[in-house]
Design a protein. Structure first.
Length: 265
């Protein structure tokens, strides 16, 4: 019995000694030995010396909000482009336009003509615009029929010969629309209000007050199509010599050119 206990004691001591030699460093008294010991612990998938995960950026501090107000003053950001909500930049630019005008409110005569406009935009919202219209009139078929069949002569009490003045330009809405599902066209809706002068076919000059609503369709950053609806109010003498309060509605289609070219992308 004593001999059996002795054999177990020897086997247990040998196994314990071999296990210690597999984990303990070969030279625990040196720095290299300690490094080898740590490497063996990591290879054996132990949890010893395992560090807690760090937060993003190596710090647990709450990230600070970015400050964008100084972007324009920093030379390091000189290559950045500011993306604006409008496609056609207008600040500090001149807009020249010209096109065709129709007066649809006259039921007996066709009155149409040409127009030209020159605008300066102080910013993306406000601008000042000068305009000039020249008109010509012709009778409709109904008037010619009355003259030929019944001998009646129809005359317009008050016909416009030209119209010019200035408007305050206010840009209120930006948007985009699709053309035949093939192209996206940016547009702007604006309003105008101003004063002008109306000259009638009798040579009478009258002061007018006008309001307008328009749409600017951008072809690119320097060219656009304009559609304007203007309503002018004025008082002038008719062909009988009597003072007459009148108003005229103008429908205008014109082509616009912006200058100079935009200085940013």
């Amino acid at each position: 019995m004593k001999s059996i206990l002795l054999i177990f004691t020897v086997l247990f001591a040998g196994t314990f000694s071999r296990a210690q030699s597999e984990i303990a460093p070969a030279d625990s008294g040196t720095e290299q030995g300690e490094i080898d010991f740590v490497e063996r612990l990591l290879e054996n998938d132990t949890n010893v010396f395992k560090e807690a995960p760090k937060s993003f950026g190596g710090s647990s501090a709450k990230p600070q909000a970015a400050e964008y107000t100084t972007l324009n003053s920093q030379s390091i950001h000189s290559d950045l482009a500011v993306i604006q909500k409008n496609y056609m930049p207008k600040t500090g630019r001149v807009q020249l336009s010209g096109g065709f005008t129709l007066l649809p409110s006259d039921v007996f005569f066709r009155t149409f003509g040409l127009n030209t406009k020159a605008s300066y935009h102080f910013n993306e919202t406000w601008g000042l615009e000068a305009f000039a219209y020249v008109f010509t009139s012709s009778s409709r078929s109904e008037v010619d029929s009355l003259n030929q069949e019944q001998g009646l002569e129809v005359k317009s009490l008050l016909s416009m010969q030209n119209f010019y003045g200035v408007n305050l330009y206010f840009n209120s809405i930006y948007g985009k629309t699709a053309w035949m599902d093939s192209k996206i066209i940016p547009f702007e809706i604006y309003q105008t209000v101003g004063i002008g002068k109306v000259r009638t076919d009798g040579g009478e000059d009258a002061t007018s007050f006008q309001v307008g609503l328009g749409d600017l369709f951008s072809l690119d950053r320097s060219h656009a199509l304009r559609v304007d609806l203007t309503w002018a109010f004025y008082s002038a003498k008719n062909y009988e010599g009597d003072d007459q309060n009148s108003n005229s509605l103008f429908l205008t289609l014109s082509y616009g050119l912006f200058w100079p070219e935009p200085d940013y992308r």
